[in-house]
Design a protein around this ligand. Structure first.
Ligand code: NAD
Ligand code: TDX
Length: 319
């Protein structure tokens, strides 16, 4: 079994590679990554010399290079994590989001068609459903919730999802899609809320909270996401979408206060700044389909996961 993991030098990708290499030591994993600002090869240091692992620096938009690698390796499965992933950047510079997230996905799908594949899995996001109001805690995103994106990032991810489903309908390509809520854990680039706040707090720098701080995200420990993808790869129905989330909604301000408390830093570091344009108010996943059909449940309690995450950054940051 050879699995292509794209975007494996970012945040979720390497966590998935470590998860799979531990669980399936007989598998061959090939990581395809362009090493953008968000990619870091040293994250993969512990597996780089393993005989069943290969790293290839490649842009998934580079059709010739991608085809060449498919020709060489003949993968059984492809899991596509590669993406431009930061909403704020997509507002300023949308082009690269369209390029990598949509064109890159189309190149991978074409390669799968051309060389044949057992499974193509697209790692998507709950952001394709837009947002929910704060005053309707009874509402959740299901797989039937209409696509209603807010940012160039989420629009590009939705475009990719539609393309993946079109390759299933048109060509019968064996695809699956997961739409996960916000992940946290080790190796996340410090432009995202949790690592940014931990690192700024460690340096006693201001903690920039957008708007009123009451925007809600549904946080999931990254390993629980990896477990969900593994289950979908093995037992998920082709052509299906699975929402992944652990019913762990929290307001941004509460997360930032918790980080201050865990690190023994004063809340006076919190600084309210101009809101993100089009800022989604609340994300909340209904994960009943993946629970019912594949038996998936999150295993990490937020109180434990956030402590582990903070500890990881503390031990990897020199202050
Ligand atoms: P990330 O930004 O940390 O990592 C992205 C990786 O993709 C980097 O290593 C980067 O070098 C690589 N990459 C970017 N453009 C590339 C290209 N053209 N060719 C090859 N490699 C390229 O992202 P992440 O947070 O690990 O997210 C991974 C995936 O999961 C993304 O598709 C994202 O949309 C999705 N997702 C993320 C979250 C989250 O909370 N982080 C939640 C749901 C879904
Ligand atoms: O400095 C900050 N201050 C702040 O208040 C940052 C970086 C963020 N925020 C707020 C904005 C959001 O309400 O925190 C919340 C989380 O922001 P991000 O970490 O940028 O994540 P989000 O926009 O929710 O998107 C994330 O989850 C879904 C990932 O970046 C996406 O790739 C994923 O699809």
């Amino acid at each position: 079994m050879t699995i292509f993991v794209t975007g494996g030098a970012g945040f979720i990708g390497p966590n998935f590679i470590f998860y799979m290499m531990k669980k399936y030591p007989e598998y061959r994993i090939v990581c395809l990554d362009k090493l953008t600002y968000a990619g870091n090869l040293s994250t993969l240091a512990s597996v780089l010399t393993k005989p069943n692992f290969r790293f290839v620096k490649i842009d998934i938009c580079d059709r010739d290079a991608v085809y060449q690698l498919f020709e060489e390796e003949r993968p059984d499965m492809v899991v596509n994590f590669a993406a431009e992933s930061h909403v704020d950047r997509s507002i300023e510079h949308p082009e690269i989001f369209l390029q990598t997230n949509i064109i890159g996905t189309s190149v991978l799908l074409d390669a799968c068609l051309r060389y044949g594949i057992q499974r193509y899995h697209q790692v998507s996001t709950d952001e394709v459903y837009g947002d929910l109001p704060l005053d309707r805690p009874d509402l959740f995103f299901t797989e039937e919730t209409p696509i209603r994106t807010s940012s160039p990032y989420s629009s590009s991810k939705a475009g990719a999802d539609l393309l993946v489903l079109a390759y299933y309908r048109t060509h019968g390509l064996p695809v699956t899609i997961s739409r996960c809520s916000n992940n946290y854990g080790p190796y996340q680039y410090p432009e995202k809320l949790i690592p940014r706040m931990i690192i700024n707090a460690l340096y006693d720098k201001p903690l920039p909270v957008y708007g009123d701080g009451f925007n809600v995200r549904d946080w999931l420990y990254v390993e629980d996401h990896c477990h969900a993808i593994d289950l979908i790869l093995r037992e998920g129905c082709i052509g299906e979408v699975y929402n992944v989330g652990g019913h762990n909604e929290m307001a941004n301000i509460d997360i930032v206060k918790l980080i201050c408390k865990e690190l023994g830093k004063p809340e006076s570091l919190i600084t309210y700044v101009t809101d993100r344009k089009g800022h989604d108010r609340r994300y909340a996943i209904d994960p009943s389909k993946i629970h019912r059909e594949l038996g998936w449940l999150p295993e990490t309690k937020f109180t434990d996961g956030i402590k582990k995450t903070i500890q990881w950054y503390v031990s990897h940051i020199k202050v």
